[in-house]
Design a protein around this ligand. Sequence first.
Ligand SMILES: Nc1nc2c(c(=O)[nH]1)N[C@H]1C(S)=C(S)[C@@H](COP(=O)(O)O)O[C@H]1N2
Ligand SMILES: [Mo]
Length: 521
Amino acid sequence: MRELLLGAVSGELAAAVSLAAAELVAIAVGPQASPVTAIGGTAIDATPVEVKNWAIRHFGTSDKLVLQLGIVAALALFAAVIGVIAVHHRPAGVAGVAVFGAVGAVTAVRRPVGVWTDAFPSLVGALAGAAVLWVLAGRIHGQGPPATDDAGSPVRPVGAFDRRGFLVAASAAAAFSAVGGTVGRRLNSTDAAAVASRDSVKLPAPQSAAGRVPAGADLRIPGMQPFTTPNPSFYRVDTALTVPQVNADTWRLRIHGKGVTEPLEFSYQDLLRRPLIERDITLTCVSNEVGGPYTGNARWIGVPLAALLKEAGVRPPSAGGPADQLVARSVDGMTLGSPVETVLDGRDAMLAVGMNGEPLPFTHGFPVRMLVPGLYGYVSACKWLTDLELTTFADFDAYWVRRSWSPQAPIKTSSRIDTPRPFASLKAGPVPVAGVAWAQHRGIDKTEVRIDGGAWQAARPATEDTADTWRQWSYLWDAKPGSHRIEVRATDRTGRTQTGDRQGTVPDGSTGWHSVVVTVE
Ligand SMILES: Nc1nc2c(c(=O)[nH]1)N[C@H]1C(S)=C(S)[C@@H](COP(=O)(O)O)O[C@H]1N2
Ligand SMILES: [Mo]
């Protein structure tokens, strides 16, 4: 029993030392080479869509934390088993550690952005872990309290537990992993040069400013979200386990591919020197369930994308251009494909550098991200952008398309009730019902509300900002005692009314009316 416990403890300590050593080596090699990051990233990419959706639904933006905890729990379990094996057969235990090191190394090298040096953290980590396991297991068995041999020199009887030796080695391992792990993790999660490059950015005034948001666009009814979403509360959806921290001073953007007569390359300063536009654009995630939170509205500053593509010689397919897909690639190997025709149709597709008056936050794609009003994020809004390639939909499937999402995904006309909250208890009498509706680039024409499946009633629309932004609405309801269901639907300016048929988010966005059930006393 005691042996099992000591073996398990040895295994955990060996694992902790491995991870800490790997983090320390990753400081030199690059944060993407940390085995935790690499294995986590691979797990995210390999997760079936159903599970991914389930995770986004249940854990939201903390889905990655849950994944990391899962990986650590699995590792802890294996480490205990390897430790117990090592007590009985040290070479077998060490072989177990080596297998883990190999898995970490191969995974890191095979990441989309992997290079062969990314194997080092895992390999060094495995060596350190194996050494710790060897020493600790040796103290559990094999050596015991001091005795003397025939000649009077001290020896240890085989098979006894060297308590003191074990404690010393275990404490050293624990101390190393605590300090090394903390320092390594911290240094790997902040890149000082990237932070400095962001701090030094001064966004030029846009040549085409957005003007003030009309006062009537923001109803400010309690329980509603503000018209402009502050950066810290803007939803975040991406596959990055650690947020890429890109140094704007060394960042480059390439434009190349089919039909590009003039391949172009830009630095961050090159982009800032170009005429900039400022626009309010509402971004929505295809994973947003009916009534869900994955949509937000910000004031963006950016470089008009159509002008850049035209300089590169790109023509839309309707004018004979050979490329119908624009593939945006991020520094972390993500790919998103947008229709060239849409990007060039006159809407404010942009390479955004500013968000609500500041350089893009790292979490939202610093230094540069793409935005195409009217398209879901996964087919348009590449963060940490570094490469734009002109190709065709026939030739290339982007990341999410390979995972059963649709290659084309315009945002569906949708609406949401923000107040009252589901299952609220209300007092009888006038109750403000309010929320938001969106149909980016088509614009919201009207929003209607109905109670308990009755006739649809026109809601009062807030002033429209632009067709590319969401639009708030309100409805003053004369609430009578009882349990009631409130439903909402929107009609866009092409005259299409949101369908009541419920559809899940896969493959191209959810449909159905948002409904809220409340009790009135
Ligand atoms: N590099 C990168 N860009 C990305 C993603 C990603 O995973 N990686 N996710 C996309 C998706 S699915 C959406 S909805 C938007 C979300 O942008 P936000 O996190 O700034 O709200 O970013 C898009 N751009
Ligand atoms: Mo998304």
